[in-house]
Structure formats: structure tokens, C-alpha cells
Design a binder for this molecule. Structure first.
Ligand SMILES: [Zn+2]
Length: 276
């Protein structure tokens, strides 16, 4: 299962948020099934006579992963894996897609919500394949001097101390999600490798444990390529997650584990999606 945020924000363009009360309803449903940490999930275990086995994952490293998600998971005793884009740890800036959302939606033109959405998606498409450095320069170029750069509390990322707290319980696994969250398929092979390898090394240094799971940024079939899979294997990961919905049955590649992107729905609807 793939989640990003347990939160409620005003303008959730990518529908990354599941509201806290809905998340608790999902956990109520999952309590009736088997849940395991992703790194302990065996392909032939996912469906057995005892019902469904699920592994919960979170991508990116928003602060609410600790303050909302981990606390709820802990109270239910349900494990999860958190994939962290390490260059964003520290809370100094928002993820680039959030920074862009703030800029476009705070701008007086276009005036209509619909116009802003079109503008946002157009700029998103153009910025997504760029390197972090170029993207940051472009975002700085269009930011009015009146607008703060400090992240909004509702959109901030984990601090190092919070990451350590997230990792402190054996219920939770920390995985890598690159350094700068690039569109890997658009980068040269050597840059892909350093993004993949450096995020692993950074986490291992800080957490003093092996990091064996990886998740591809954006995660769709066009977002990574053969060079990416090669980089992930060469860096020493044991598995990697996509965002393609696909069961983890025997014979499935550990380098392209499928995930169901969980929407902000009630428990009943969530259970229906699990068995769809
Ligand atoms: Zn991501």
C-alpha cells in the first residue's frame, strides 16, 4: 500500500493526503488482515488461507509521517516502511511540487482556480525532468520578493531528530527515495547511480543500520528505466517499489514491486479497494 501524507491541507493538487480519521479507519480494516514490514514480506505469503497480507509504505518524508502516521500505526501495532528523499530532510524547504503550488496559487494571475491548475500542471511538466539545481533556480526566479521561503508548517519535511524518532521502533523500516527526488529516467546513468547510492549511504550513516529498500520517485513505468534498476541493484538494495498497482505474488520481480496508491476514503471504501 502506498501513502504519502496523513494530513488535511487546503489545496491537495496530487491527492497525497489521507485525512487522519480515514487513516484510522484503514488501520481498523488492516487489523483484521495480516500486515508485515515490506522487508519481511515474502512473495508467496501475500495471499494465504488466512487472508490478505499487506505492507504499508509512505513516500517522501513529510513531517506528518511521524506526527500522524507513526503514532496511529504504533497504537495499532501495525508496521510500515518510510521512504525518505534525504536531500529534503531538515525542513529547510518544501518539496519542489509544493513550492510550485504555493507560488502559482498565491499569484494574482491567473485569477480563476481552473486557470491556476492549468498553469500549475504546465509548469510541473516542465520542471519535473530538470535537475534539482536548475529547478531551484527557476523557482527562485519566479518567486515574488514578498513571499517567504520558509516552509509552511503544513507542508514541512522531517527534521533529522524526527527521522531518528521515526526509525527508533522496530515496527518501522526506513527506506531510500533518492537525494533530490529527480525524475530518474531523465538523468544520465551516472547521476542516477549517485542519487540512489548517496541516499542509501546518508541514511545508513545517520541511522547506523543497513537500508535495503528503495522506492522510485514518481514510480510510474516512464519514471525509471533499465539504468535505474541497474543502479538500485549495484548500490546494494534488496528490493524496489514502483507506483504501479500489481500484486506481490511469487515470480514478481523484487525490483518492481507494485503498490496500491491509497486514496482519502472511508474504511468501507478502503476495504472494497483492497479486494478489487
Ligand atoms: Zn516521492
Amino acid at each position: 500500500l502506498l501513502y504519502h501524507r496523513i494530513a488535511e491541507v487546503e489545496n491537495d493538487v496530487w491527492r497525497l493526503c489521507v485525512r487522519p480519521h480515514h487513516f484510522r479507519e484503514h488501520l481498523e480494516v488492516l487489523r483484521r488482515h495480516r500486515t508485515v514490514r515490506l522487508d519481511r514480506l515474502k512473495p508467496d505469503l501475500w495471499w494465504s488461507g488466512r487472508g490478505l497480507t499487506c505492507a504499508i509504505t509512505f513516500d517522501d518524508g513529510y513531517a506528518d509521517n511521524l506526527h500522524e502516521a507513526q503514532r496511529a500505526l504504533k497504537s495499532f501495532g501495525i508496521p510500515a516502511t518510510f521512504f525518505i528523499a534525504t536531500g529534503y530532510v531538515g525542513g529547510a524547504r518544501e518539496f519542489w511540487w509544493d513550492e510550485l503550488e504555493r507560488l502559482v496559487y498565491n499569484s494574482p494571475v491567473p485569477a480563476s482556480q481552473e486557470g491556476r491548475k492549468v498553469k500549475y500542471l504546465e509548469l510541473y511538466e516542465r520542471l519535473q525532468p530538470l535537475t534539482d539545481e536548475v529547478r531551484s533556480q527557476l523557482l527562485s526566479g519566479i518567486r515574488p520578493s514578498s513571499q517567504e521561503r520558509t516552509p509552511r508548517p503544513s507542508h514541512r519535511t522531517l527534521h533529522e531528530q524526527e527521522l531518528a524518532e521515526l526509525a527508533s521502533d522496530d515496527l518501522f523500516e526506513i527506506g531510500a527515495h533518492t537525494v533530490t527526488h529527480p525524475l530518474l529516467a531523465a538523468q544520465p546513468a551516472e547521476d542516477q547511480f549517485s542519487e540512489v547510492q548517496e541516499s542509501k549511504a546518508w541514511l545508513e550513516r545517520r541511522l547506523e543500520r543497513p537500508v535495503t529498500s528503495f522506492s522510485y520517485p514518481y514510480g510510474g513505468t516512464g519514471h525509471y528505466n533499465a539504468a535505474t534498476v541497474h543502479a538500485v541493484r549495484a548500490a546494494g538494495f534488496a528490493r524496489a517499489c514502483t507506483t504501479t498497482p500489481r500484486d506481490f505474488s511469487s515470480g514478481a520481480s523484487p525490483w518492481e514491486i507494485g503498490r496500491l496508491n491509497v486514496p482519502d476514503v472511508c474504511g468501507e471504501e478502503f476495504e472494497r479497494l483492497l479486494f478489487a
